[in-house]
Design a binder for this molecule. Structure first.
Ligand SMILES: Nc1nc2c(ncn2[C@@H]2O[C@H](COP(=O)(O)OP(=O)(O)OP(=O)(O)O)[C@@H](O)[C@H]2O)c(=O)[nH]1
Length: 201
């Protein structure tokens, strides 16, 4: 299945503080590996997937969390169908910054965007600073889907992207998604191709 031959095209952007593991989450999902990434303001990954019998093209933008890149990364919010807002469960500061990220989303993203809250690095359980309950309460108050992951151990990473794809399909069918098919975003990416099926609960 090529990128040109799809039933739906979805654009997903990862945001969150520097060092929370955004790049590692994307690499784990797209390349099934975990390694020390090199810093870049924005990196694009493209690929296609079969989800519940539908061919889904995904464009995933991994943005840098550092303050100095913010003006570049903000331009990627506008046409995103979904935002993966990531924090590090071992870093209280990355959780405390979430309201700041939500303000950015409100300012720069479409009001139809789907936002998922992700607490990454659950393999470091003994260093946990943000409890699951606190994060669940926060996500519920903000009406966000919430999941904890480990890019290192591959826990819930596939589930994160596939659940999101299923949710995007459902919203697209109801015509409530950001219509971004023709929106011009910069950046050539790495092409990937993979095939999996999923069910969204
Ligand atoms: N133990 C553990 N370490 C992780 C995990 N995910 C990422 N890391 C480590 O956290 C550090 C930062 O990971 P990145 O993926 O570069 O984080 P980022 O959010 O993309 O950072 P910026 O690009 O600076 O915004 C790296 O040293 C990773 O190896 C994880 O699930 N578990």
């Amino acid at each position: 299945m090529s990128m040109e031959d799809y039933d739906f095209l979805f654009k997903i952007v990862l945001i969150g503080n520097a060092g929370v593991g955004k790049t590692c989450l994307v690499r784990r999902f797209t390349q099934r590996c975990f390694f020390q990434p090199k810093p870049a303001p924005v990196e694009q990954f493209r690929g296609s997937k079969l989800v519940n019998g539908l061919s889904i093209a995904l464009k995933i933008w991994d943005t840098a969390g550092q303050e100095r890149f913010r003006s570049i990364t903000q331009s990627y919010y506008r046409s995103a169908n979904a935002l993966i807002l990531t924090y590090d469960i071992t870093c209280e500061e990355s959780f405390r910054c979430l309201p700041e990220w939500l303000r950015e989303i409100e300012q720069y993203a479409s009001n139809k965007v789907i936002t998922v809250l992700v607490g990454n690095k659950i393999d470091l359980a003994d260093k946990r600073e943000v409890s699951q309950q606190r994060a669940a309460e926060f996500s519920e108050a903000q009406d966000m889907y919430y999941l904890e992951t480990s890019a290192k151990e591959s826990d819930n990473v596939e589930k994160l992207f596939l659940d999101l794809a299923c949710r995007l399909i459902s919203e697209a069918r109801q015509n409530t998604l950001v219509n971004n098919v023709s929106s011009p975003l910069p950046g050539e990416g790495k092409s990937i191709s993979y095939l999996t099926c999923c069910n969204f609960n």
